[in-house]
Design a protein around this ligand. Structure first.
Ligand code: Q9C
Ligand code: ZN
Length: 681
């Protein structure tokens, strides 16, 4: 399987710039590109990537999406003087031409296509292209919103044509609606387009009716256009994650794309003057990590907007770092989506109910956005002096966010452990374990005895179980000492090993340990002090223990024909886990497991988004055949096979819904609809 991350950057694309005064366009500056690249350099990310050169997109390639008139118009600007350039620019909503614009825009297209080629040919697994001008507002016959050619749309058409792809997902996390991309694919069921965007009930640019949640696509393309409008500014990390859990990811997994392309605007990040949102750079690591689990990891990230240089640069770095497979930093902020976000999520889910099986059993009520009706009253009166003032506050804010980010990044970034994954393995493991997995020796008998008699004597009664902890202790210690990021231990009694492991971590000082148990677990650790949260995925209802905030039993039997477990992972397990924010995740697989190998590897891969990717997996000896696949999921450099996605049955969907209702007051990331009687902050 392909490995490596491509990075495409060409300084030539900084030549395109605004030559006259225009307060609307003056934020789209060449430094957006050069500063982001410098930032990548300073994190030593450039040298870890595979450099792929840009090229000019050909006329033929541009014509995959654009009209000949549009191409000719753009070409004709190369020789114009400033006055002529200004006049042509005025034909469009928010665009400026420079004599180099046409050349730069062709390089931007070609860079996107080079990235698609590198990924599709298996030269790299994924990659990012830093390009200017951006693309997603550009339409068949028009420049718009700083965009001349629609780089991402051309890349998708090119991938369909050259590689015969039948399903491409475009994720547009730019804060503006990529209406250009929507128009290009609205009748095309082979391209699933998702966009979230600042909307404010159609007051925010481009102020289109068709940017709302009810624009679901046309004709054969019905259901393949997903708009999630944000009706308030200030959306943050938890709102973005909720959008992924409850809207994009379930539909994306059901769609099962062969390639994912991101319209990667960072104006949805904190400090951006356009977006006015609050999401911090690490959220983009999480979004990237989620998308890496689709399409066998084939992910092409192409720059769109982003106008706060520091915020843009840090967010680009978070994205590239994650593409490279580094551990994911812990997300910050309160993990609860705001009311307005939940309303939008509920509306788009209701609008798409007819088209997606994962939504087929939703209650369908559209909301009138009760939380935001008052926005009509708070419109600012704009006299010139008020505008001056807002300019000053904006500048202050820019500097404030710069200072905030300087400190914030120091807080969230941490040294990457020298080893990704460790295991004590079993006989002959070296032959089937993926590369980069370190085999370590088990702890010896005397050491174990000292440890156990001191702290775990009540749990460990028999001599032979005592010896079986050698693997658990040595792997766990390496994780706690940050020598390795994650690891796998084999055990004759996974339940006991997990119980000992949890207590070991709490004793070490961890405040929150997330335990996910699969199969028969004889021993459930005591969850009373809140220092652990147990999600017990078992086949039969457990009679002796009732669910409470820190012990959740999830009865599940995977569909024999395929992987329907993704719906439980996205709709329940991940939202609970992200609400809890553990310092470590323990996954224990016991005998008689009720999940297939693909469900387990998806679970493990996605749980790497938590606890700085610290995951300790313990596998019962009888289930040792899982070792290789779980190791692949932990290493993360290749995507383990997640199986065929089958949509969940009504019974399964109702089960998830019931659990969500039961726990969404406590674990707020579960919230995806507004119901009477839910109290909120
Ligand atoms: N009153 C990108 O982020 N604003 N484009 C126009 C008109 C244009 C943003 C305001 C914003 C374009 C790629
Ligand atoms: Zn934008």
């Amino acid at each position: 399987m392909a490995s490596g991350t491509a990075l495409i950057y060409d300084e030539e694309m900084t030549a395109h710039k605004l030559l006259w005064n225009d307060p609307i366009c003056d934020i789209e500056v060449p430094e957006r590109l050069s500063f982001s690249y410098e930032q990548l350099r300073s994190y030593h990310l450039v040298e870890r990537c595979v450099h792929v050169p840009a090229r000019e997109g050909s006329e033929e390639e541009i014509l995959l999406v654009h009209s000949l008139e549009h191409l000719e118009m753009a070409k004709s600007t190369q020789t114009m003087n400033e006055e002529e350039l200004k006049r042509v620019s005025e034909n469009y909503d928010a665009f400026f031409f420079h004599p180099s614009t046409y050349h730069c825009a062709r390089l931007a297209v070609g860079a996107a296509l080079q990235l698609v080629d590198a990924v599709m040919a298996g030269k790299v697994r994924n990659g990012m292209a830093l390009v200017r001008p951006p693309g997603h507002h550009s339409q068949r016959n028009a420049a718009n919103g700083f965009c001349l050619f629609n780089n991402v749309a051309i890349a998708a058409e090119y991938a369909k044509l050259k590689y015969g792809l039948q399903r491409i997902l475009i994720v547009d996390w730019d804060v503006h609606h990529g209406q250009g991309t929507q128009y290009i694919f609205e009748e095309d069921p082979s391209v699933l387009y998702f966009s979230w965007h600042r909307y404010e009930h159609q007051e925010f640019w481009p102020s289109l009716k068709e940017s709302d949640y009810d624009a679901v696509g046309l004709g054969k393309g019905k259901g393949f256009n997903i708009n999630l409008p944000w009706n308030k500014v200030g959306m943050g990390n938890s709102d973005y994650l909720a959008a992924f859990f409850h809207v994009l990811l379930p539909m994306a997994f059901e769609f099962d794309p062969e390639l994912v392309i991101v319209s990667s605007g960072y104006d949805s990040g904190i400090g951006d003057p356009e977006g006015q949102m609050n999401a911090t750079p690490e959220v983009f690591a999480h979004l990237t990590h989620f998308l890496m689990q689709l399409a066998n990891g084939k992910l092409c990230v192409i720059l769109e907007g982003g106008y706060h240089l520091k915020s843009l640069g840090e967010s680009v770095c978070m994205t590239v770092k994650t593409l490279l497979g580094d551990p994911v930093p812990q997300i910050t902020g309160e993990m609860a989506p705001c009311l307005s976000a939940v309303e939008s999520i509920q509306n788009v889910r209701a609008a798409h109910k007819p088209y997606w099986k994962c939504l087929a059993y939703e209650d369908t009520s559209f909301l009138q956005n009760l939380s935001t009706k008052s926005h009509l009253l708070k419109k600012a009166n704009s006299n010139p002096s008020a505008e001056d003032e807002s300019q000053i506050t904006n500048n202050n804010n820019t500097v404030k966010v710069e200072r905030f980010l300087e400190l914030h990044m120091k807080n969230i970034l941490f040294p990457v452990p020298p080893i990704k994954t460790a295991t004590t393995g079993s006989e002959g493991s070296e032959y089937f374990l993926p590369e980069h997995v370190q085999l370590v020796k088990e702890m010896d008998e005397t050491e174990i005895k000292v440890l156990v008699s001191g702290f775990y004597a009540d749990l460990v009664k028999e001599e032979k179980t005592l010896l079986s902890l050698g693997s658990t202790f040595v792997i766990l210690d390496k994780i706690l000492k940050k020598e390795v990021c994650n690891g796998i231990a084999a055990s004759p009694t996974a339940a006991l090993s997990a119980a000992v492991a949890v207590r070991h971590c709490v004793r070490f000082g961890f405040q929150r340990v997330l335990c996910v148990f699969v199969g028969d677990m004889q021993m459930i650790p005591n969850t009373e002090d809140g220092k652990m949260l147990v999600i017990n995925i078992c086949e039969k209802e457990q009679s002796r223990k009732t669910s409470c905030k820190h012990y959740i039993s999830l009865n599940w039997k995977e569909d024999a024909g395929g992987n329907d477990f993704f719906s439980a992972v996205l709709g329940f397990i991940l939202p609970v886990a992200y609400s809890y924010q553990p310092n470590l995740t323990v996954v224990a697989v016991g005998p008689n497991r009720n999940l297939g190998i693909s469900g387990i590897s998806l679970l493990v891969a996605l749980l790497r988004g938590l606890a700085e990717s610290r995951v300790f997996v313990v596998i019962e000896d009888t289930e040792i055949s899982l070792m290789q696949t779980v190791a692949e999921a932990l290493v993360g450099t290749s995507t383990p096979p997640f199986g065929i996605y089958v949509p969940p049955t009504q019974e399964k969907v109702n089960k998830i819904k019931a659990l969500r209702d039961q726990f969404q007051q406590e674990w707020k990331m579960l919230q995806c609809s507004v119901k009477d009687g839910i109290s909120r902050n």
